[in-house]
Design a protein around this ligand. Structure first.
Ligand code: NAD
Length: 424
């Protein structure tokens, strides 16, 4: 199939998204006019961001904000600070946010932003200066009813606090907490945001076990990546009686067939920063972790971890994608043929953006929920998205990744036709 891509936006991530889009459009017989429109971003903003460095020199960085689709509501998506950020990557990420927000049933469009910079080389002051100037440059295009950024790779709650402060100053000094999510709780952040993605992974895993007629209680699970997503997924799965046999981070993995004591591993990480050297387990490599005998595997670290080289060697019966894009398209096909159930990233790691949505709602009504309420509402939305994807997969006899995308495109198509943008 020829996947037509506008050359200006053509990068690996975007090409992958368009390929999946084309495949899912076939499943639901999507209107070709809608499909054509969905293959391009609505608006790409490029800004120059001059920053006073600590040595008094001025460096000019390039920043982006890509507003992909406003069909379902205000734009929403993170801001990435990384040396590899370019327009094509941001377009790809903005497209993915559009499809993710749609399948999750959120009243939000998709966007993404970024600055080409290695944030580890900036002092705190330089990072603050960079963030404030970037917020100022894209300020006219964002706002609580227009476009609501959030943290991504290289940015964090502090970055969001600076962004919100700059935006508020430029709106006459009136606090505008709803302009960004992922803020510290003290200035309008939501309780439960920090662990939301990991908890969402576990809610989705519970559903995956259920449809595979297995139970999470007593099941063996291996988890790659022990950062925000992986460590909370391990904690919540352990709390539910699963046996976490292996976990890993950038320093390598640890394995214990009887099950790791996750609270103790979390304490170990606090003290030693990395898993390497944890005494009550045997060391394994990250590659070996993916191939250990277990009921379920949660890849929660990086993209492209499972490809055609190791897809045949995976022993798990269920894979829940905590990370973005940990399984390549080709590997998905191999695993699906082997009967492995894959809960795709757009649903499985949707807990983060769902609670970001809750944060925006709470900021908008200036009424805040307690953590149990946030967790319960997260469960409702993420479970509903899983059920819709699963029903589509059964009806059309396709894998969950294609089904999730088909659900997403179907909702976007309906909305676009209803709004009269693309009449048949
Ligand atoms: P993080 O930086 O907190 O943790 C990443 C973890 O992966 C760390 O434990 C790190 O040591 C490990 N790691 C790094 N390189 C590795 C390697 N080569 N092999 C094995 N492990 C390695 O990041 P995070 O927030 O947990 O995000 C992880 C993934 O989940 C990313 O793909 C991210 O895009 C995705 N994601 C995160 C969120 C969120 O809310 N944090 C939401 C949606 C998706």
């Amino acid at each position: 199939m020829d996947h037509k891509i506008e050359p200006l936006y053509d990068g690996p991530l975007f090409r992958n998204a368009i390929q999946t889009l084309d495949e899912s459009a076939k499943i639901i017989n999507c209107d070709p006019n809608v499909l054509e429109r969905l293959k391009r971003p609505r608006r790409c903003i490029t800004v120059s961001v001059p920053v006073r460095m600590d040595d008094y020199s001025v460096k000019v960085f390039t920043g982006y904000r890509v507003q992909y689709s406003p069909t379902l509501g205000p734009y929403k998506g993170g801001i990435r600070y990384h040396q590899n950020v370019d327009l094509q990557e941001v377009v790809g990420l903005a497209a993915l946010m559009t499809f993710k927000n749609s399948v999750l049933g959120l009243p939000l469009g998709g966007a993404k932003g970024g600055i080409t910079v290695d944030p580890t080389k900036l002092s705190r002051t330089e990072k603050q200066n960079l963030t404030r100037r970037y917020a100022s440059e894209i300020g006219p295009f964002v706002g609580p009813t227009k476009d609501i950024p959030a943290p991504d790779v290289g940015t964090d709650p502090q970055t969001m606090a600076w962004f919100m402060d700059t935006y508020s100053q430029e709106q006459g000094g009136f606090a505008q907490p709803g302009v960004v999510t992922g803020k510290p709780v003290e200035i309008g952040g939501s309780l439960g945001r920090n662990h939301a993605t990991g908890l969402g992974v576990v809610y989705v895993a519970e559903k995956a076990f259920e449809v595979c007629k297995m139970s999470m209680k007593g099941a063996t699970i291996a988890i790659q990546g022990f950062g925000n997503v992986g460590s909370f997924a391990a904690k919540f799965a352990h709390d539910r009686g699963a046996r976490i046999v292996a976990v890993s981070d950038v320093s390598g993995g640890i394995y214990n067939g009887d099950g790791l004591d996750i609270p103790e591993v979390l304490e170990y990480i606090k003290a030693h920063k990395f898993l390497k050297g944890y005494p009550k387990a045997s060391p394994i490599s990250n590659e070996e972790l993916l191939e250990v005998k277990c009921d379920a595997l949660f890849p929660c670290a990086l993209e492209n971890q499972i490809d055609t080289h190791n897809a045949e060697k995976i022993q798990a019966k269920i894979i829940v994608e905590g990370a973005n894009g940990p399984i390549t398209n080709a590997a998905t096909k191999i695993l699906s043929k082997r009967g492995v159930f894959i809960a795709p990233d757009v649903i499985a790691n949707g807990g983060g953006v769902i609670v970001s949505y809750f944060e925006w709602v709470q900021d908008t009504m200036a009424l805040f929920w307690d953590e149990d309420e946030v967790n319960a509402k997260l469960k409702v939305l993420i479970t509903k998205a899983f059920d819709k994807g699963y029903t589509m997969a059964q009806e059309k006899n396709v894998d969950m990744r294609s089904a999730a995308m088909a659900v997403s495109v179907q909702r976007l198509e309906k909305a676009m036709l209803l709004r009269g943008l693309y009449p048949r």
